[in-house]
Design a binder for this molecule. Structure first.
Ligand code: ZN
Length: 198
C-alpha cells in the first residue's frame, strides 16, 4: 500500500517536470488572441455615435502611494454629464486623460465604460485613479474623450497575440476576459485611502 503511494507521488513529479520545460518552449510561440480575434482592439458599439459629453467636473482627492513609494496615485472624483440623443442604449468607452496643465504633458490615461439608454441625459459621479511618477498635486486636470471606435485589448496588451501556452486558458475563459474589459476598475495595485467608501 505504501509502495503504491510513493509511486503515485513519483508519477506526479514526472508529469510536473515534463510539463515545465514544455511550457517554457511554448511561451515563446505566439498565437492569435481569442478575446479580440487577433486584432489587438475591442470595438465599442455604433450607438455611441449619438452620445455626447455635456459637462464634466473633477475634484482632486488626496494622493496615495503604491506599496514601494515608486508611484503617486492621483485620485479624482468625476461628475460627468452625458447625453444619448439616439433611440438605442449605447455602451462605449470613455478615455480619461490626466494632463499636467502647466506644460500640457499627458501623464496617464484611464478607460471607463459607460452605458446610457436612448434619449436620456445622465449625470454620473464616480472615482478614478491615475498613476504618475512625480509628486505635484494641483497641477493636473482630467480631460475626457469619448471613444467611438476601438480601444486596445487588455488581454494581449493590444498586440493581437498571446503565447501559445496561455491560449487554452484564455480561450476557455474568453467570455470572462471580455466581460472584464467592460468593468471600470482602479489602477492596480489599488491602495485606496482608508476613508474610501467604495
Ligand atoms: Zn487581444
Amino acid at each position: 500500500m505504501r509502495l503504491l503511494e510513493n509511486f503515485k507521488i513519483q508519477k506526479k513529479y514526472i508529469a510536473f517536470f515534463a510539463l515545465v520545460p514544455l511550457m517554457g518552449i511554448t511561451a515563446l510561440v505566439d498565437t492569435s488572441c481569442p478575446v479580440c480575434d487577433g486584432s489587438g482592439f475591442v470595438y465599442s458599439n455604433p450607438e455611441m455615435e449619438f452620445v455626447t459629453i455635456t459637462g464634466i467636473e473633477s475634484t482632486e482627492l488626496p494622493v496615495t502611494r503604491d506599496a514601494c513609494g515608486m508611484f503617486i496615485i492621483y485620485n479624482f472624483e468625476i461628475k460627468l454629464s452625458v447625453e444619448n440623443s439616439g433611440p438605442d442604449t449605447a455602451t462605449g468607452w470613455l478615455l480619461m486623460h490626466l494632463i499636467d496643465f502647466k506644460d500640457g504633458q499627458l501623464i496617464d490615461r484611464q478607460y471607463t465604460v459607460i452605458e446610457i439608454p436612448g434619449n436620456e441625459s445622465w449625470t454620473i459621479t464616480y472615482r478614478i485613479s491615475f498613476q504618475a511618477g512625480h509628486d505635484e498635486p494641483h497641477r493636473t486636470e482630467v480631460q475626457p474623450k469619448l471613444l467611438k471606435g476601438e480601444v486596445p485589448c487588455e488581454t494581449c496588451s493590444g498586440t493581437g497575440g498571446i503565447s501559445i501556452n496561455t491560449w487554452p486558458i484564455v480561450n476557455a475563459l474568453k467570455d470572462d476576459f471580455q466581460a472584464l474589459q467592460y468593468e471600470p476598475k482602479p489602477w492596480a495595485p489599488p491602495t485606496w485611502p482608508v476613508d474610501d467608501e467604495g
